[in-house]
Write a protein that binds this ligand. Structure first.
Ligand code: BG6
Length: 488
């Protein structure tokens, strides 16, 4: 589908997201000829710069790509406007820049605002956009909102209400970059483009589901944000619940944005928020102490830059929850995420039930493992189905054999999530963005846990060493059910 002429206005354009994600994604889109001829990017931020500084800064940060025709094409479409977020004078200046560029380049009043700033200024920006009338033009106006979308249910509801004073829901694009990942979208194709999985995809055949998002990195330079957020807020209501909903949802009636989002919402609504007295037995939190990751000594979380030396922020969380509906009743979903774990891996594991009746002699039967479907989101993206096969020879020994597919076999590079999401926002497709009710339903599940933790500070932090798979309580969470974590 050809894109309409448009102006992408990026708030926070001097920041990290622009350099690391948005500019490289725009360049890749330009290289593939996917951007419209009539297109411009207007960066807005507090840093003093002119157009030329803005262009050279980005050029420096996109070091890996040699200067190409695509970069030159994009470069001359980059503009910059300096100002304070939400301040009247600045908004006027922005409005002038915007109208000038729009008029000169014939962008037909199609404006895509992108909030890539820290969340503290979202309110001011939305109010500023509304008060200066930038939410109305002769074309369409859309707004992309980066995460974090609120920090609990109340703040997410507040932000939704504020956004609705300036935009209607169909113009609001709440980003969760996990949805832009090729392998996450493939979950839809795997489930609904094949017939063999769907009949098994329920409580009759599935024993339990595990979702692991493990990171070997620490908090890096993001301590200031992270120490206020913590692992639960940072990863669960967004990325992990997106994976969970795509795994657990019913087939949507079509791939339309609302049809897909309706089904995801129903999954979230089927998860009963935990009562305070259920939280300790179903949720484990952890914080890393000093340790070793990939052979390198690394400091404890409390010694990371910008982190409170007595911080009780969790860097690890594991949750056991149930999707209470006809399909999934009684099937536990175990979610686990953390920083400074032994390696970076994101995986969904669907473990099927054991065979109902053992035909084999006892020594063989003991070797039989239940089938396991692994959906590897990253790295080594792929799909692996564990099946039991006979060991060649005269006896009746069995072993597990993987039936596997890796994306790398295709030889086609996997695009970055931001390429897909930017393109979708530009073409007006909301399927891979979160709807207001979805975001709120996610916070409704997570907020009671946050509140419970606020009232009972962790007694034993740090409780896992960097480079290990989290606190022992996370293992016990599964051991109590006679299970163990499968991603190692
Ligand atoms: C971000 C979190 O949203 O996702 C980070 O704020 C986390 O803390 C990151 O590291 C993980 O994303 P990815 O794509 O590297 O798995």
């Amino acid at each position: 589908m050809e894109l309409q002429p448009q102006l992408l206005v990026i708030f926070g354009a001097s920041g990290d997201l622009m350099k690391r994600k948005l500019a490289p994604a725009l360049l890749r889109l330009a290289e593939q000829g996917l951007l419209p001829e009539k297109f411009a990017v207007l960066g807005f931020a507090r840093t003093q710069m002119n157009d030329e500084d803005f262009r050279s800064n980005l050029e420096d940060s996109i070091k890996t790509t040699p200067k190409s025709d695509a970069w030159n094409w994009l470069r001359e479409r980059l503009f910059y406007c300096q100002g304070n977020y939400g301040d009247c004078e600045s908004m006027k200046r922005l409005q002038e820049c915007l109208r000038q560029i729009d008029g000169r380049m014939k962008l037909e009043g199609n404006w895509l605002f992108y909030l890539a700033t820290p969340p503290e200024v979202f309110d001011d920006l939305v109010i500023g956009i509304r008060e200066s009338g930038l939410n109305k033009s002769q074309g369409w106006v859309r707004i992309v909102v980066e995460k974090p979308f609120g920090n609990d249910l109340e703040s997410a509801q507040h932000l939704n209400r504020l956004l609705w004073t300036a935009f209607d829901e169909h113009s609001i694009y709440r980003i969760d970059h996990y949805l832009g990942k090729e392998t996450v979208q493939n979950l839809l194709v795997l489930r609904f483009g094949n017939t063999i999985f769907e009949p098994l995809w329920n409580r009759r055949y599935v024993d339990h589901v595990q979702i692991t998002v493990a990171e070997s990195d620490g908090v890096g330079t993001r301590g200031r944000y992270y120490d206020l957020a913590g692992a639960l807020r940072d990863m669960v209501p967004n990325h992990m619940f997106q994976l969970l909903t795509l795994i657990a949802m019913e087939p949507p009636i079509s791939l339309d944005a609302d049809a897909v989002r309706d089904e995801k919402l129903r999954v979230l609504k089927s998860i009963k928020p935990l009562e305070p007295e259920e939280i300790d037995e179903n949720v484990v939190r952890g914080q890393y102490g000093a340790g070793e990751v990939n052979g390198q000594a690394v400091p404890a979380y409390r010694n990371e830059p910008y982190v409170n030396r007595e911080s009780s922020t969790e860097t690890f969380v594991a949750i056991r929850l149930f999707v209470r509906n006809w399909r999934w009743e009684g099937v536990p979903f175990y979610l686990r995420t953390g920083k400074r774990l032994p390696k970076r891996v994101t995986e969904v594991q669907i473990q099927f039930r054991p065979v109902p009746h053992l035909l084999f002699p006892p020594e063989t039967a003991g070797q039989l493992k239940p089938n396991l479907l692994t959906l590897r989101i990253q790295p080594d993206e792929g799909i692996i189905l564990r099946v039991e096969t006979k060991v060649i020879g005269m006896g009746m020994q069995v072993r597990s054999t993987p039936l596997d597919f890796y994306y790398s076999q295709l030889g086609t590079p996997i695009p970055d999530a931001y390429e897909r999401l930017l393109l979708d926002a530009m073409r007006g497709d909301q399927t891979l963005f979160m709807r207001a009710d979805e975001v709120e339903a996610a916070w409704r599940i997570v907020t009671p846990i946050l509140r419970h933790w606020e009232n009972s500070p962790p007694p034993n932090f740090p409780n896992y060493s960097a480079g290990t798979w989290g606190p022992k309580e996370a293992d016990e969470l599964l051991e109590r059910d006679g299970r163990k974590w499968l991603t190692q």
